[in-house]
Design a protein. Structure first.
Length: 162
């Protein structure tokens, strides 16, 4: 399917649910928030419910700058995930924290209107590419999730401490 054939809302949905899928595979309980609401797009909590994070997702159909809006104060959450190539069979994700986005944002002015963008050269780097380890595993740090329904197929991504 050609990327250009997807409506922007569909691109956003594909990116959102792809990120949810990737986080679920890492053992997180994942809850997308109401679409088009201001703020975060996803809330996650660990299997033991001791750790939570909020995530903002920006989805792109191809390699392109990420629109950030008219001011950088609207960057919410603990993590900012850019998911590009969502019309392909293998979308690519970049995991940043909001301060990294602010530090790399490009300020543009057109007809006296200010807008901020994150250029591909600033986010599509190895430091952020598929850096899901920055968010970590949602598996219990104190015990096994295998006793819970649906948890037996998960394999810890890091060896347990101790």
């Amino acid at each position: 399917m050609k990327a250009e054939s997807l409506a922007s809302q569909v691109v956003g949905n594909v990116g959102l649910y792809y990120v949810c899928y990737r986080l679920s595979r890492r053992g997180w309980n994942v809850m997308p928030t109401a679409r088009n609401a201001r703020g975060v797009d996803i809330l996650i909590y660990s299997q033991d419910a001791l750790r939570t994070h909020s995530i903002q997702v920006k989805a792109l159909s191809k390699r392109a700058p990420v629109p950030l809006g008219r001011n950088l104060e609207r960057l919410f959450g603990d993590f900012f995930v850019i998911c590009r190539g969502v019309a392909s069979d293998a979308p690519e994700c970049f995991v940043l924290i909001p301060q990294e986005v602010r530090d790399r944002a490009h300020r543009g002015v057109k007809e006296d209107r200010v807008s901020f963008w994150l250029q591909p050269k600033d986010y599509a780097v190895d430091q952020f590419r598929e850096a899901w380890n920055r968010i970590g595993s949602g598996l219990s740090l104190t015990g096994s999730a295998s006793g819970r329904a649906g948890g037996s197929h998960l394999v810890p991504l890091e060896p347990p401490a101790g």
